[in-house]
Design a protein around this ligand. Structure first.
Ligand SMILES: Nc1ncnc2c1ncn2[C@@H]1O[C@H](COP(=O)(O)OP(=O)(O)O)[C@@H](O)[C@H]1O
Ligand SMILES: [Mg+2]
Length: 347
């Protein structure tokens, strides 16, 4: 098959803010992904989608059988849905969630309204579209202030956690100005940081929970999965050295509840093939869903999802194969590969 790998590749442009390209993939991720797909016997063409003209010209002038999609799109509030929307319009099948789910998951507040409706725990919240919006008195400090339509920790630092109205309004104004979008203010949940990977391959597999422990990072000034923590993860000099535990250090019973919650969130947003749900487990063991990532990072060494897969003995190549197979089956394009593994929620 001829497969286009639609991706958004990081550039170094000194005039842009340091987190500008954080959502984009490194050349190394794209190279490894491309080699992996080729290793199944497919022809792979890399299509960089950050330049609109590239994308449109490519599909006007080339025919492909399938798209492996990890594209972030442009810089709009619907950016992750742009490539799938174009592919649907052109009738080209692709991996992963559709444009509706991608736009919905990118809008954290809208996704949280759905979680609330579905009785999925999510921190209480309020959306600020102006710096003088009165604070809902039911929200309890400490609160965390985040841009509503970002990922990779963009706009999130230790300063984002605020303890009083002064700090809140300073941070809301700063975030509104820097990111030019609505700001999400949420109750800050003390407790464990967990993330749950889900693969849909025929049935749905909820992989073992990954726990990220920041207790060794105190001297860095960062104490959760902020932008600096994600961007410089593993940097000893900066003290940004989180510890990873997969499976998480929680009881079977709590683990089952966390997985069930992540699965409900995955289904509530209509995710396809793959998702990774970020959760804070409160000290009284309530799994609060922060967000669902339908396009989780796929760097074989650094990203959380391949880390989880490895702990479940799914090597990188098999992970990519599973995503591709799952998508091919959805389009009834058959499978080139032997039958799937056993399914179900992994205990
Ligand atoms: N309500 C919250 N309570 C505690 N920590 C939070 C909360 N919201 C965000 N965080 C911290 O910030 C990180 C990034 O937040 P998240 O909402 O997942 O945004 P992103 O899309 O940038 O990953 C989380 O992984 C967590 O460490
Ligand atoms: Mg997150």
């Amino acid at each position: 098959m001829k497969i286009a790998l639609c991706c958004s590749v990081k550039k170094s442009e000194p005039e842009k803010p340091p987190d500008y390209y954080s959502e984009f993939d490194s050349e190394e991720t794209v190279r490894r992904l491309s080699l992996t797909i080729q290793s199944f016997g497919h022809e792979v063409v890399i299509v960089e989608t950050n330049r609109r003209a590239n994308l449109i010209n490519f599909f006007q002038n080339n025919s492909v059988d399938f798209v492996f999609n990890i594209a972030e799109g442009s810089d709009s509030r619907f950016r992750e849905s742009e490539v799938p929307a174009l592919l649907d319009f052109l009738g080209i099948p692709y991996t992963g969630s559709n444009s509706f789910t991608l736009a919905l998951a990118l809008n954290k507040a809208m996704a949280k309204r759905i979680f609330k409706y579905e009785n999925i725990p999510t921190p209480n919240f309020q959306v600020f579209d102006a710096a003088n919006t009165p604070l809902n008195p039911r929200l309890k400090f400490p609160l965390i202030v985040k841009p509503n339509y970002e990922g990779s920790g963009k706009g999130i630092s230790a300063l984002s956690v605020v303890n009083n109205q002064n700090e809140l309004y300073r941070q809301v104004s700063q975030t509104l100005y820097a990111y030019q979008q609505e700001v999400l203010v949420e109750e800050f949940i003390e407790g464990r940081e967990l993330t749950v990977g889900i693969l849909a391959n025929g049935n749905i597999t909820v992989l073992p929970i990954l726990e990220i422990d920041f207790s060794e990072c105190k001297e860095s000034g960062e104490f959760f999965y902020s932008w600096r923590m994600k961007e410089f993860q593993g940097n000893r000099e900066m003290g940004l050295i989180p510890s990873f535990y997969c499976p998480a250090r929680i009881s079977e019973e709590v683990s089952a509840r966390v997985k069930e919650t992540a699965l409900k969130a995955h289904k509530a947003l209509g995710c396809l093939d793959i998702s990774r749900t970020d959760i804070r487990l409160s000290n009284d063991n309530i799994p609060y869903v922060l967000e669902v990532n339908p396009l989780p990072g796929l760097n074989p060494e650094e990203s959380n999802f391949p880390m989880i897969a490895k702990a479940y003995k799914i090597e990188y190549r098999n992970l990519i194969k599973t995503i591709l197979e799952s998508a091919l089956e959805r389009y009834e394009m058959g499978s080139f590969y032997p039958q799937k593994t056993t399914e179900g929620i992994h205990k």
